[in-house]
Design a protein around this ligand. Structure first.
Ligand SMILES: [Zn+2]
Length: 161
């Protein structure tokens, strides 16, 4: 365990909630008792679990929009952190509406990265910011949607239809 040393003593500075008074044998007995109790009353537990599942699925159905919004808000907040870090405006034209700002890979290769991380992409960016501010700024910049398309066409990154 994390809070005990090799001899089983508590590490310095760690104060267990019961001050280490629980006898390990008693603890074992208690666990065994709980196991037996669980096996005996397994039907009860199953029923409770079923009820819980039903409650959750109903809650999800009823609050579908609320849940979607909270997920979206959470994602937006994280996205805003990344955008703020990169200056909050398009580096070419100075456009500031975050709805049309995109994180651009200065040296290309963005599409494969986005595909790889998909919904976790913003988290992936945040992690990179945490690990190194300078590297992140060297690798990414902010472009508005227009400038991003213009850059793509300049670099011949657009597929011809
Ligand atoms: Zn722009």
């Amino acid at each position: 365990m994390l809070y005990r040393n090799e001899k089983g003593q508590f590490l310095k500075g760690f104060i267990p909630f019961n001050k280490g008074k629980i006898d390990p044998n008693k603890h074992k007995k208690r666990l065994e008792y709980l196991k037996k109790y669980y096996k005996k009353n397994i039907e009860k537990f199953r029923e409770k679990r079923k009820l819980r599942k039903e409650y959750h699925s109903e809650y999800r159905k009823k609050n579908r929009i609320k849940i979607r919004f909270s997920i979206k808000n959470c994602r937006n907040e994280k996205r805003k952190k990344v955008l703020d870090f990169l200056g909050g405006k398009c580096v070419r034209c100075g456009f500031t509406d975050i709805r049309a700002l995109q994180v651009d890979h200065i040296h290309g290769g963005g599409r494969t990265e986005i595909k790889k991380y998909n919904r976790e992409y913003v988290l992936y960016l945040l992690k990179q910011i945490e690990s190194s501010h300078d590297d992140f700024r060297k690798k990414y910049q902010l472009l508005c949607a227009n400038c991003n398309w213009i850059k793509k066409s300049e670099n011949n990154e657009i597929r011809k239809h």
